[in-house]
Design a protein around this ligand. Sequence first.
Ligand code: ADP
Ligand code: AMP
Length: 216
Amino acid sequence: MATYIVLLGPPGVGKGTQAKILSEKTGLAHISSGDLFRENLKNETDLGKLAKSYMDKGELVPDDVTIAMIKDRLSRADCKAGAILDGFPRTPVQADALQKLLVSLNGDVNVVPFITADPKILIERLSGRWTCKAQGHIYNEKFNPPKVAGKCDIDGSELYQRDDDKAETVTNRIKVYLEQTTPLIDYYRAQKKLIEIDGMQPIEKVTDKLLSAIKN
Ligand code: ADP
Ligand code: AMP
């Protein structure tokens, strides 16, 4: 049976950072709905154009298109053993859709690490976030700087700052998270899948906690 891990937590808490590391360590595919939208945006697809109008405001892209995109992604060969989901689901409708979809893929959500952090630190983390253009490796100018400013340590590609990491959009993204995504905490707690992880610790410590949560 395939293994599916859902990383839950507010914007900036470290989901993308940890999903990349966990994917390398477990061999499970890393699926980031935000990355998929940004890829569509870069390729100027219809989905990308639609998503941009929501992403620019820090709003959620409608459930139906988001679910269709994830369904397509999870059906690919590299997800056969399962996946680490980062940024999806973000609403109860998406969570229900995922559950149904995984039944058809002969799987289930196994564990939901819920990464937490002080809200004040989230804004600081997002405003200092730099992402690599080639493969999405994530840095922070204060907490996790690259060896050479503006260059990815791993693949040497250029680093950029996301448009939606500017202060006004970040504030709305956190509000949207509180209003639309936090119901998933109780949703997965009721299923006994939620494991709280303190995201205020250094990156390596958070990874250790996540790995032991996954193993158990
Ligand atoms: P998310 O995917 O949850 O939005 P990211 O993984 O992109 O969050 O991380 C947001 C920012 O915080 C990045 O700049 C990243 O380098 C930094 N970061 C991630 N985890 C930690 C941590 N444990 N301590 C300090 N900074 C972190
Ligand atoms: P992220 O990369 O996870 O920070 O997501 C960036 C933006 O993409 C969000 O602010 C939303 O506009 C959009 N997005 C990502 N994932 C989802 C999702 N599961 N549902 C709806 N919109 C999403």
